[in-house]
Every structure is written in C-alpha cells, then in structure tokens.
Design a protein around this ligand. Structure first.
Ligand code: CAA
Length: 259
C-alpha cells in the first residue's frame, strides 16, 4: 500500500515507525490517515522481524484531533448510519506487539485518544494533551471519556473534557497519562531506546504482558488475576523461559529466540 498521509520506516530492522504526515493540518486525523495507520501497524504486527512499533507526529503536533473540516457538514444521520469518523480507529487495539506513542506538541481530541490507544506514551516537554471537543459542540468520540479517566482519574478527566483545559507534559506525567518526559530533540531517541529494549526480550513474554495488562481494563480483579496466572504458567512452556532463567543462574546475557 502506498501511503500518502503517513511515513513508514524501520529502525535497526526491528522497530516499525509510523510518522503521521499531514503537517499543514497539524496531523488532523481523517479516515484516509487512519486507514493507512491501521494498515501500516498491521503489516508491522505480521512482520516477524519487528518487535515493537512507534507512532509519532511532528514537533508541533502529534495530532490536533479528528479532521474538523471533514466533519463539519455531517448530519446525525450521516455519522450514525455510516458509523462515520472513528469507525476504523480501533484497529490499533488489534495490534498484539507493543505500540509506543512518541508525542511532541499538540495531542488534542482524537490525537489524545490515539495516543491513549497506544500501550504507553513518551512525551516531549512541549507536549499538550486535551479533549477540547466541548468547544465544538460535541464530545470525545474515540474513547476519550473512557480511557482518560482510567489514566488520570475522574476529576482531571472531567476538568479536561468539560473545560477544554490542556494538560502540559509535566502534569501529564504527574497524572500517569505519560510514562516519561524528555526534551523534544531527545524524543525519538528515547522512544527508540525503549522499543529496542523491548525487542531484546522474549516476544512471547512481551505479548503476554501486554495482553494481561490490557485485560485489567476489561475484567474484575479476580478474573484478571486468574487470566494473568494462566498466562504466567503458559510462559513456562516456552524455550525463552528456560533461556532467561538459565542465563540469570549462569550470570550471562539471555539470547531469546521468541519461541
Ligand atoms: N482539523 C482540521 N484542521 C485542523 C485541526 C483539526 N482538528 N487542527 C488544526 N487544524 C488546521 C487549522 O485549521 C489550520 O489550517 P489553516 O492553516 O489552513 O488555517 C492549521 O491546522 C494550523 O492550525 P492553527 O492555525 O489553528 O494553529 P495554532 O497553533 O494557532 O493552534 C491548535 C493550534 C490549538 C491545535 C488549534 O489548531 C486547534 O484548536 N485545533 C483544533 C483542536 C480540536 O478541537 N481537536 C478536536 C477535534 S474533534 C475530535 O477529535 C473528535 C474525536 O474525539 C474523534
């Protein structure tokens, strides 16, 4: 697939990078871009050489939200009957290898929601997160009312969604929305280092950890703990578990074969 709205590359043959590329619109997210993003991530997910993915934008904007120009004339009948605007956005949830969001600049509306769909967010210190849909007479439509309170708690989520206040990178880190904050010129280095670290580990263990953590959002504590226990026990069926523990016992670096 030839991409128009994103740029795709690999680093070290192991990390798949997708850069959103509509700079004039501050990477506003339209269906074409989201189709391309979904296709690129799925292709990386299916590529045995790839262990981790990074989604990023430009220094000024990760993404300034769904494309308001494209949405402006839609009626209720259009969006409801056609399940318009965000119907293809959840593709990212089907990706089984880790996806890191490297966020610089604005991550607003659907941009914040897209970042939250990734497994964790590394932010540049100029990042600004927000759900300003209320200013447009709408509400978040790609999971913002669900993922934001889970990430930062009810009070801050309500504050952001009801007043359209933006959260800067320091507050986002304090609140648990982002995992690390770095200088803008170090953002990709930091995200890449995290991705390469992940690639060093057993891919089966990495995927099982991701699946188990995501399960915590969908289940009761006891069901989630049981799911984790089954996955934990299953890792003992892998050669990577034997390798990891033997390497520790014999004080050498493990060489995982993802089996
Ligand atoms: N959709 C379409 N175009 C957008 C856009 C968006 N979400 N955000 C910015 N742009 C465009 C602007 O229209 C402008 O285009 P022109 O140069 O052709 O006029 C260009 O990007 C640069 O934007 P600004 O001139 O506004 O730049 P700024 O630095 O002054 O402000 C900003 C930056 C604060 C991000 C401002 O652009 C802004 O508020 N954007 C809208 C943010 C927003 O409301 N996002 C939510 C969208 S709805 C949504 O996402 C629904 C959902 O949950 C899925």
């Amino acid at each position: 697939m030839a991409y128009v709205n994103i740029e795709v590359r690999t680093e070290a043959g192991k990390v798949g990078i997708v850069q959103l590329n509509r700079p004039k619109q501050l990477n506003a997210l339209n269906n074409e871009l989201m189709d391309e993003l979904g296709a690129a991530l799925k292709a990386f997910d299916a590529d045995a050489a790839i262990g981790c993915m990074i989604v990023t934008g430009s220094e000024k904007a990760f993404a300034a939200g769904a494309d308001i120009g494209a949405m402006a004339s839609y009626s209720f009948a259009d969006v409801y009957k056609g399940d318009y605007i965000t119907r293809n956005w959840e593709t990212i949830r089907s990706i089984r290898k880790p996806v890191i969001a490297a966020v610089s600049g604005f991550a607003l509306g659907g941009g914040c929601e897209l970042a939250m769909m990734c497994d964790f967010i590394i932010a540049a210190d100029n990042a600004k997160f927000g759900q300003p849909e209320i200013k447009l007479g709408i509400i978040p439509g790609a999971g913002g009312t669900q993922r934001l309170p889970r990430a930062v708690g009810k009070s801050k989520a309500m504050d952001m969604a009801l007043t359209a206040r933006m959260m800067d990178a320091a507050e986002a880190e304090r609140s648990g929305l982002v995992s690390r904050v770095v200088a803008p010129d170090k953002l990709m280095d930091e995200a890449l280092a995290a991705a390469l670290t992940i690639c060093e580990f057993s891919q089966i263990a990495v995927m099982a950890a991701k699946e188990s953590i995501n399960r915590s959002f969908e289940s009761s504590l006891s069901d989630g703990v049981m799911f984790e226990r089954r996955m934990f026990h299953a890792t003992f069926a892998t050669t990577d578990q034997k390798e990891g523990m033997d390497a520790f016992v014999n004080k050498r670096k493990a060489q995982f074969r993802h089996q």
